[in-house]
Design a protein around this ligand. Structure first.
Ligand code: ARG
Length: 464
């Protein structure tokens, strides 16, 4: 007999049972579901809707069920549809008809919304901690290799020399915004839908503020219809996850390029790389490739739920059951990616000389030769043209700018003086970019300090 079977003359078709059941995936919410039910039961007692004895029986039963599930002594079956029905049906078996009073002044609609809010809050905090851990790894790496120069790229062409640490710190900043996005998502999920009922509230004298505070929510949804039909908080989580993965994927793409023989800027640790079944020489960057690849499914999960939500009439519709799998899959995926990323980075070898050599080749100092002329009074456009001609000359001669003699420079412009030789040395080029947020060592050291301070501030704090 179904918990809602009273109105039905026939048993549910087995196909329908299978098709509508969510237990295969929503069993993951058992802890939040029991937590929500205990808070609800306490409130019902407090409001005189249940007797204290009834409340005690129900709560004790729920606590035992939690242990049964944790000890794998609990039977799951599609016939009981979802986690809410499973727990309530089991409660019936354990404490008898009084179990039926638990659902007073409640609907599965506000129940599932409550479970999911609790879940998103917990997982957002867990993800924030993992992001902070990865940020810490990045800061450590940037600190260890401070002073190492590499080419910075635009269009994947060597553009200007930069500090490797400066490049790494760009990812620190992206992750900082990701962390903030999860914090914001968590703040907005921090509102209790419990007590909204099926959609319209209830005629029982419930106390929503009490259940909210029992469950550590800092507020209640103001509108009962909104409370049961909104999944913005899940979408925000999925969107924050999609952006996070986009950042990880860009970083991974660079690790993959850098570990190719063509770049040879890094070498992944043997423990974090894989081999080929046919080519004995191969060392493949499978881990960063897989993170890059998994970005697709995380984007897909966001689009899936956005599409499910689009055009849904208020309030609850069974379509909403489709919110869970994309969320769970995204949670697992991003936690796995963040967890493996930190040791992957920490263990890789940085080939400092290769980076430095690449930075010294390829005219990465051409902008500085033009800047030199502009500082001597030439209009920048004119300076740009002069240095362009110089570069063409160098290409014909097979030389770099730094290898030219002063008289060669002066053939192209008399504004060149002896100090041009120093001005375009890679090290000096990097040191000259002292503008705020630039790549000069002083700026990068400041950014590192600020990074450590930010990290210290958030350590051990999942958010307000
Ligand atoms: N399993 C359902 C879900 O995940 C729970 C809510 C069911 N409510 C309903 N009115 N059928 O959405």
């Amino acid at each position: 007999m179904k918990l809602w079977g009273g109105r039905f003359a026939k048993a549910t078709d087995a196909l329908v049972e299978e098709f509508t059941a969510s237990i295969a995936f929503d069993r993951r919410l058992y802890r939040q579901d029991i937590q929500g039910s205990i808070a609800h039961a306490r409130m019902l007692v407090r409001q005189g809707i249940l007797t204290p004895e009834e409340g005690e029986k129900i709560i004790a039963g729920l606590e035992e069920i939690e242990k049964e599930i944790e000890g794998s002594q609990f039977t799951f079956t599609a016939a009981r549809e979802d986690i809410h029905m499973h727990i309530e049906a089991r409660l019936q078996e354990k404490v008898g008809p009084v179990a039926g009073k638990l659902h007073t002044a409640r609907s599965r609609n506000d129940q599932v919304a409550t479970d999911l809010h609790l879940y998103v809050k917990e997982e957002a905090a867990a993800v924030m901690a993992l992001i902070a851990g990865l940020q810490e790894t990045i800061l450590g790496l940037a600190e260890r290799h401070l002073g190492v120069i590499m080419p910075g790229y635009t269009h994947l062409q060597r553009a200007q020399p930069i500090l490797f640490s400066h490049h790494l710190l760009a990812y620190f900043e992206m992750l900082e915004r990701d962390w903030q996005r999860f914090r914001d998502c968590r703040r907005r999920a921090d509102s209790s839908p419990l007590g909204a009922g099926a959609l319209a509230g209830t005629s029982f004298p419930i106390d929503r503020q009490f259940t909210a505070s029992q469950l550590n929510f800092s507020s209640c949804y103001r509108n009962s219809i909104d409370a049961v039909s909104d999944r913005d908080f899940v979408l925000e989580f999925l969107a924050a996850a999609a952006i996070l993965m986009q950042h990880l994927s860009r970083f991974c793409e660079e690790l993959i390029l850098w570990s190719s023989q063509e770049f040879a800027f890094i070498e992944l640790d043997d423990a974090f790389a894989t081999g080929s079944s046919i080519m004995p020489q191969k060392k493949n960057p499978d881990v960063p490739e897989l993170i890059r690849g998994k970005t697709g499914r995380v984007y897909g999960n966001l689009i899936a739920l956005l599409t499910t939500m689009k055009g849904l009439p208020l309030a609850y519709n069974k379509d909403l059951q489709e919110d869970k799998e994309p969320l769970f899959d995204t949670v697992d995926t991003i936690k796995n990616c963040l967890t493996i990323f930190a040791p992957l980075l920490a263990s890789m070898e940085v080939k400092e000389e290769n980076m430095a050599r690449a930075a010294a080749e390829g005219f990465a100092n051409a902008t500085d030769a033009a800047d030199y002329l502009a500082k001597k009074g030439l209009p920048f456009r004119e300076a740009h043209r002069v240095v362009g001609n110089l570069v063409r000359y160098c290409l014909e001669e097979g030389k770099g700018l730094a290898e030219l003699r002063l008289e060669e420079f002066r053939r192209f412009s008399l504004a060149f003086g002896p100090d041009i030789i120093e001005a375009i040395q890679t090290k000096n080029v990097v040191a000259a970019r002292t503008s705020y947020g630039g790549t000069a060592p002083g700026q990068v050291e400041r950014a590192l300090q600020e990074g450590w301070a930010l990290l210290a501030q958030k350590q051990g704090k999942p958010g307000p």
